[in-house]
Design a protein around this ligand. Structure first.
Ligand code: FES
Ligand SMILES: [Fe+2]
Length: 377
């Protein structure tokens, strides 16, 4: 169960947004599937809560609380034993459900207590390991994002890294097409004009007219003949973000908040077609992945590097000036912030309810993370 610290009531609206987490009752990316080999364990943090994610010798991924029930050493420092995870200190072994299955040393008591730690729903799809950090009973009801282009084997560019800023700054950055000045040399988009916004209970959709991909390198490959590169739709589809250019260039951006100022982001860019420079032909399939790798190095990484640089600067600026008034002209920003706060308030209320139910059932000590949960009374 994630721990939350109540947001101070005297904060300004913007300070409250920048202190909010993302609801744990959704699936979040832990890592790329290929980064967790059989017999490996890794620490994954969701909103200040550490999770030990490991792949058993049977190839199945499991996720348990990153805390040994003995002396609270991190389980992610341990070793995989078959389908269990053994703590690195005295070797206590836990299964994927968090139950202690073995103590490999002398136990001087006849009635060994039932020993367990928390566990988390975990699954794999689209080459990503997903964890569900919230109420496990809600995991079945929460769908993974549907990434049809990945199922259809389009050319893709997966990119992940940690950014030292709040998750809301990232969503606002990606959905705000007014910041072309930052990218004036690479020109991923130009002359943007806001054309509309729609909201639902779970999403904000924003649309722009703009000129996509006119910058160096990409202009030779972008298939302007068969792809309309003059409009884009972007969504904050809580808790992730995505975009669509003419149904042919689509991206997904998954955010795993680590704390108020650190976010691990996972981008999946997908492309239906790219053309060969100076000729009319589209790229043959065998050439797509090498070209994607080149595009990533020469174009995507430098552009995203500019965004990271400015978002981290925004976080520093927010820490210094967050309480001061500011001006905002993009209609997307306040809508996205409202959605973030609504979902966070709902999640905090549901956590509070879970804790009181656990206490009433007299099980508070069984779940130490629940017992240490700080919720405003
Ligand atoms: S601290 Fe984990 S087995 Fe002792
Ligand atoms: Fe940008």
């Amino acid at each position: 169960m994630s721990t939350t610290t109540p947001i101070e009531p005297h904060l300004t609206h913007r300070e409250r947004v920048r202190a909010a987490g993302l609801s744990g009752d959704y699936w979040y990316p832990a890592m790329w599937s290929g980064d967790l080999k059989k017999g490996e364990v890794k620490e994954v943090v969701f909103w200040k809560e550490s999770i030990a994610v490991y792949r058993g010798d049977d190839g199945v991924v499991r996720a348990i609380e990153d805390r040994c029930a003995h002396r609270h050493v991190k389980m992610s420092l341990g070793v995989v034993q078959g389908c269990d995870l053994a703590c690195g200190y005295h070797g206590w072994q836990f299964d994927g459900g968090g139950e202690c299955t073995k103590i490999p040393h002398e136990v001087r008591t006849k009635n060994r207590p039932d020993i367990r730690v928390g566990s988390f729903p975990v699954t794999e799809k689209y080459g990503i390991v997903w964890v569900f950090p919230g109420d496990p009973e809600k995991a079945q009801l929460s769908a993974l994002p549907h990434m049809e282009p990945v199922e259809k084997n389009w050319a893709t560019i997966p990119v992940d890294y940690v950014v030292k800023c709040h998750h809301s700054m990232i969503v606002e950055n990606v959905c705000d097409f007014y910041h072309e000045f930052l990218h004036r040399d690479y020109r991923p988009f130009a002359s943007a004009r806001f054309t509309g916004i729609d909201t639902t209970d779970d999403s904000v959709e924003v649309r722009y007219e703009t000129k996509i991909g006119g910058g160096p390198f990409v202009k030779y490959f972008a298939d302007s003949g068969s792809v309309n590169l003059n409009t884009i739709k972007l969504w904050y589809e809580y808790p992730f973000q995505r975009s669509d250019i003419d149904g042919k260039y689509l991206h997904w951006l998954f955010l795993r908040p680590i704390d108020e100022q650190t976010t691990h982001i996972f981008y999946v860019f997908t492309f239906k077609s790219f053309k060969l420079p100076f000729v009319k032909a589209t790229l043959p399939r065998w050439l797509q992945q090498p070209v994607m790798a080149l595009a990533n190095k020469l174009y995507v990484q430098p552009v995203l590097g500019q965004d990271n640089w400015i978002m981290e600067a925004e976080q520093v600026a927010h820490n210094r000036h967050g309480g001061r008034p500011s001006f905002e002209f993009n209609p997307f920003v306040p809508k996205a912030q409202q959605l973030t706060m609504k979902k966070w308030d709902e999640y905090e209320a549901s956590l509070k309810k879970r804790v009181s139910t656990t206490k009433k059932a007299g099980r508070a000590t069984e779940s130490p993370s629940a017992a240490s949960l700080q919720v405003a009374e």
